[in-house]
Write a protein that binds this ligand. Structure first.
Ligand code: NAP
Ligand code: GDP
Length: 321
């Protein structure tokens, strides 16, 4: 990027948006560069489901670049309860952002997909070529299909209008500023909150499912660095997986053990196997990422989990829950 750029981060108040802000303000390698103005949007700046509100935001800020994070986001149980809402809200938000990015001549957009959008029945590890090769898992088909359409739109905007719109595919994310709701959250924030309550109330700490599913977790601040790197350096329209290595995949049982340790929890804990497991695994390859950015170092999982737990404890009275 050269000259003055206005980088608009949609969803700037969420888990990933807050991490991007942290990196922009604190990191010497990936942080703010001369001539850059960063703008972090929340839903209070305008509902991106609404085309008129979206247009007003573009008129106000005149972005040259966009990191597009805003989305209706939830864990397994939130998705299972509302596939239609996840489909429609995200489809409309994404269409509004990309349409106005084209209309206002935005130079580059990096949108955010997710590894849960990959086919459920597939071979492993999953790579970037496999996004459209079969139906996604049934639990979150609404969210998954809406996110897949971003890749279709990116390709079509490029083919028809020469737009430089691309996307990244992160694995499960966690970190400070996550949504710690007890039902509509992802597994790490949900379990940190449940473990905290179990400790406070002297009740058992109960995790959902069998504990057997496998997940790759990326720390939000690592993901934020990679997002900024993608905005500055990645040249393709096709998506890029942003993931820790395959060897760092852990079971939900291992995750539960790590949370118990990080929280210093000493009580009883067990699984409620009547609750859903969701997708068994979605092991993704980070080979393409590492071939393009070979020096990138991920924060060790235990360090990242401890930082997240510390943030949770310091902010427990004001967290999203
Ligand atoms: P999050 O913490 O729930 O934050 C969502 C953000 O989107 C918030 O800033 C929210 O604004 C904004 N937003 C939601 N609906 C909006 C609307 N209708 N109009 C305007 N803004 C709206 O989500 P996140 O975890 O940071 O997720 C960021 C991106 O990463 C999403 O695209 C998500 O699909 C993707 N992703 C997340 C994960 C994960 O594990 N969390 C994994 C893979 C991919 P308010 O704060 O004002 O509500
Ligand atoms: P997913 O990766 O899209 O399935 O998203 P989640 O982060 O919601 O769930 C991951 C796994 O954690 C699933 O196998 C769940 O059954 C399991 N899990 C265990 N306890 C919880 C919990 O309290 N909340 C959530 N969301 N998942 C849980």
């Amino acid at each position: 990027m050269s000259e003055k750029s206005v980088i608009l981060v949609t969803g700037g108040t969420g888990l990933v948006g807050k991490a991007i802000q942290w990196v922009v303000e604190n990191d010497s390698t990936y942080g703010k560069r001369e001539g850059e103005e960063w703008v972090y949007l929340s839903s209070k700046d305008g509902n991106l489901i609404d085309p008129a509100a979206t247009k007003a935001i573009f008129e106000k800020y005149r972005p040259t670049h966009i990191i597009h994070l805003a989305a209706k986001v939830g864990g397994l149980f939130g998705n299972m309860a509302a596939n239609l809402d996840y489909f429609r809200d995200n489809l409309l938000i994404n269409d509004n952002i990309l349409h106005h990015a084209k209309e206002f001549g935005v130079k580059k957009v990096v949108s955010c997909l997710s590894t849960c959008i990959f086919p459920d029945k597939t071979t492993y590890p999953i790579d970037e070529t496999m996004v459209h090769l079969g139906p996604p898992h049934d639990s979150n088909y609404g969210y998954s299909h809406s996110k897949r359409m971003v890749d279709v739109m990116n390709r079509a905007y490029h083919d028809q209008y020469g737009c430089n719109f691309t996307s990244v595919i992160p694995t499960n994310v966690f970190g400070p500023h996550d949504n710690f709701h007890l039902v509509n959250s992802h597994v790490i924030p949900g379990l940190i909150h449940k473990c905290y309550l179990a400790q406070q109330n002297g009740t058992p700490f109960i995790m959902a499912g069998t504990g057997r599913p496998l997940r790759q977790f990326i720390y939000s601040r690592d993901l934020a660095k990679l997002f900024i790197w993608t905005l500055r350096e990645y040249k393709e329209i096709t998506p890029l997986i942003l993931s820790v290595p395959e060897e760092e995949e852990v079971s939900i049982k291992q995750l539960g053990d790590a949370i118990v340790k990080a929280m210093g929890y000493t009580g009883e804990y067990r699984f409620d196997t009547s609750k859903a497991d969701g997708q068994y695994k979605k092991t993704a390859s980070n080979k393409k990422l590492m071939s393009l950015n070979p020096d990138f170092k991920f924060t060790p999982f235990e360090v990242a989990l401890n930082e997240t737990v510390e943030w949770f404890k310091e902010n427990v009275d004001s967290i999203r829950k």
